[in-house]
Design a protein around this ligand. Structure first.
Ligand SMILES: Nc1ncnc2c1ncn2[C@@H]1O[C@H](COP(=O)(O)OP(=O)(O)OP(=O)(O)O)[C@@H](O)[C@H]1O
Length: 374
């Protein structure tokens, strides 16, 4: 439905008198991705990686230096062809971090306003406007507050109002830039589910920007992980979590143990890797490295099993000593010294092992993945 092709945007990084002196900030460096109808597609990455710039370019609030943006076959931007549709003609719904509701208007008026101000030719009849507003107030569960001044709503209700106002124009595509970041932790968590429910029920196609990996994992149909202006990986949440394409992705989404090694053999989907602490068998890799190649093993802390003696039949078994442990509420993290390595192991809260205890750790070969070195 949306195609973003080779999007490049840089800014003049200097300020004041130095402006134009040549310091450029490369905010987005050739991003390409596609969003399918009905998807909630997330741009995820740390602060400054170019998420907002990408979203603002789609919205028509930034003019990219290069690339193409096409929505349902309609070019919104095409540098080569000199196309740059103004923001108000792209007909997209937008909800930003600092959602500005209109404080002097009622809830109803806040939602009807985007339709009230349409040019006469495109403006629906008064009755249709009322019907559309009532419908979106219903789906956002704000019908009971229609007459209330917008300022007399809670944070979560104001957030839903910002959403209702974007929905009323029935956009083909919704752009959501950290819309939950002003809410407290509990409300934020509830709103994640609420937003996802709305998106599903209304069959909306949306692009969602966040730096919060758990938010992205919970809500997204697919995620594009951004790093320094580039897209490192696009995939379903589970794919990205279980098969990170780079060390950056594995570190940014969840935590991981990285172990360096050299491939001893690679046959029929089974890769044997020599590490400083012995051989590790990996069956979870999508890549096919050759014997002798340097690789980096990635093992999630929750994929390791701690026990007092070697697990029967375990292929990958290390022995070590618990150094520290930390209680996390729903889990206990142990740091285990295995020779020269430190391995983090996440256990069920019922399994909490005293520091100093000798233990064995094992991991299923299917849960060992490979990421490119460097
Ligand atoms: N108007 C601007 N002028 C100069 N540099 C800019 C401008 N807007 C963004 N940048 C720079 O471009 C880079 C990407 O910024 P962008 O806002 O897209 O990142 P982001 O991933 O959305 O970050 P955040 O999560 O902090 O909002 C950053 O280095 C930022 O400082």
């Amino acid at each position: 439905m949306l195609i973003v092709d080779d999007l490049v945007k840089s800014y003049d990084g200097a300020s004041g008198r130095k402006r134009g002196a040549g310091a450029r900030v490369h905010a987005v460096g050739g991003a390409s991705f596609e969003v399918h109808t009905g998807e909630l597609f997330t741009l995820l990455g740390p602060s400054g990686c170019g998420k907002t710039t990408t979203l603002r370019s789609i919205a028509g609030l930034e003019r990219p230096d290069r690339g193409r943006i096409v929505l349902s076959g309609r070019p919104l931007f095409d540098a080569a062809a000199g196309v740059n549709l103004p923001a108000n003609r792209r007909e997209l719904g937008m909800v930003f971090q600092s959602y500005a509701i209109w404080p002097h208007m009622s809830v109803f008026k806040n939602v009807s306003f985007p339709l009230d101000v349409l040019p006469r030719k495109r403006r629906p009849a008064r009755r249709e406007i009322a019907e559309r507003v009532e419908r979106v107030l219903e789906v956002t569960e704000l019908s009971d507050y229609a007459a209330r001044p917008a300022t007399k709503l809670s944070g979560g209700q104001q957030q839903r109002l910002a959403l209702a106002r974007a929905l009323v124009i029935q956009p083909d595509l919704m752009l959501l830039d950290e819309p939950l970041s002003n809410l407290d932790a509990k409300l934020r968590e509830n709103m994640r589910f609420e937003l996802k429910r709305l998106q599903r029920e209304l069959g909306l196609t949306a692009i969602y920007v966040t730096h919060d990996q758990s938010e992205a994992l919970v809500m997204s149909s697919r995620i594009a992980v951004m790093h320094k202006g580039n897209i490192e990986q696009v995939g379903k949440p589970r794919e990205i979590y279980t098969n990170p394409a780079s060390k950056f992705v594995a570190e940014f989404i969840g935590t991981s143990n990285f172990v360096k090694g050299v491939v001893a053999s690679a046959e029929g989907g089974e890769i044997t890797v020599d590490t400083i602490e012995g051989r590790v068998v990996c069956r979870g890799a999508t890549a096919a490295p050759a014997a002798g190649e340097d690789v980096l093993l990635s093992i999630r802390p929750e994929c390791l099993v701690l026990s007092g003696s070697p697990s029967p039949g375990a292929v990958n078994d290390w022995s070590g000593q618990v150094r520290t442990r930390a209680f996390l509420g729903d889990a206990v993290d142990h740091v285990v010294e295995v020779g020269k390595m430190e391995i983090r192991v996440r256990c069920n809260p019922t399994q909490s092992i005293e520091p100093g205890t000798r233990v064995h750790l094992s991991v299923d070969p299917a849960k060992v993945t490979l990421v490119p070195v460097g």
